[in-house]
Design a protein around this ligand. Structure first.
Ligand code: NAD
Length: 280
């Protein structure tokens, strides 16, 4: 018997991909808690999304705030069915050029935030007949990424944690809770809007930039059929995995891939300047 949709939470849903994922969940009939560290953007997103969406300020680095979000959706919707760990931050450049605060921020938001959300969600889902945690990771969780080393470390941590926790759930006999990791290539969201002039983020531009809607579509697919790891697009996921299997080859290819990304950045920047258009 399939249940009718109850509650869902999306972190980092004030803008970018998260806002679109909240829209997807609303369209599927969930009551959605739109959370973000930025209270104004969470509220604006919930207002835009309309009926069924409520805003809550949540910093995913803070376990107590994450648990408060879980409790809020359970008391409102009766049950937590879906939790999307989407909040993320990207600071580019070689690790030795970043300050400690920047490195810590990425690990705290991208890795610890994903852990906090997953743990909080699982405890509610286990009590109420199961559910699905969707973790928005990145191709940077599958391979080396020049210019984004600490970001890649944080995303590798998110994948390692997710797969290990799935193993723990199954070993504990829990079969009605799933965790799916979605690993996109570069997406044209505000995260990359100010990075066209930034050589550190060239690798994010080395493929064909994804539209947020393409990632939403991948999440729609895993909501119907949970999948441990979905790389997006598949061809780039395969290249990332091959580069990981043969790290020397990956290292040798890095200058070419970075150069390709720089060319795309420059082309996009020139296009935008020519059109005098806003970047979004
Ligand atoms: N844009 C890309 O190229 C790309 C590629 C692969 C994966 N991703 C991942 O997709 C997810 C969404 O990214 P996006 O592109 O929409 O970025 P974005 O910067 O547009 O949105 C990220 C959101 O996370 C929120 N956030 C930041 N710190 C937070 C915290 N401590 N607690 C709660 N919320 C916080 C921000 O306020 C923002 O609303 C991230 O996990 C990102 O790493 C992005």
């Amino acid at each position: 018997m399939t249940r009718s949709p109850a509650g869902a939470v999306v972190t980092g849903a004030g803008r970018g991909l998260g806002r679109q994922l909240a829209r997807l969940l609303l369209a599927r009939g969930y009551q959605v808690l739109v959370t973000d560290v930025n209270p104004a953007s969470a509220q604006e997103a919930a207002d835009e999304l309309g009926d069924g969406a409520t805003a809550l300020a949540v910093d995913v680095r803070d376990q107590a705030q994450v648990e408060a979000a879980r409790d809020a959706i359970v008391s409102r919707a009766g049950r937590l069915d879906v939790w999307v760990n989407n909040a993320g931050v990207l600071v580019t450049g070689p690790a030795w050029e970043q300050d400690e605060a920047g490195r810590r921020l990425m690990l705290d938001v991208n890795a610890l935030g994903t852990i906090n959300g997953t743990v909080a969600a699982i405890s509610a889902m286990r009590r109420t007949g199961g559910g699905h945690v969707v973790n928005i990771v990145s191709l940077a969780g599958l391979t080396a990424v020049a210019g984004e080393a600490v970001y890649a470390a944080s995303k590798h941590a998110a994948i390692g944690f997710s797969l290990s926790t799935m193993a723990d759930l199954r070993l504990a006999g829990v079969r009605d809770v799933d965790i799916s990791c979605v690993c996109p290539d570069g997406i044209w969201t505000p995260m990359l809007h100010d990075k066209l002039d930034d050589p550190g983020s060239a690798l994010s531009f080395s493929g064909k930039l994804l539209k947020a809607e393409e990632v939403v579509e991948a999440v729609r697919t895993v909501l119907d059929k949970p999948r441990l790891v979905t790389a997006l697009p598949g061809r780039r996921g395969l290249a990332a995995r091959l580069a990981s299997l043969a790290p020397r080859l990956g290292l040798a290819a890095a200058p070419l891939v970075v150069a390709r990304g720089r060319r795309t950045q420059k082309r996009l920047l020139a296009d935008l300047r020519q059109r005098g258009a806003p970047k979004a």
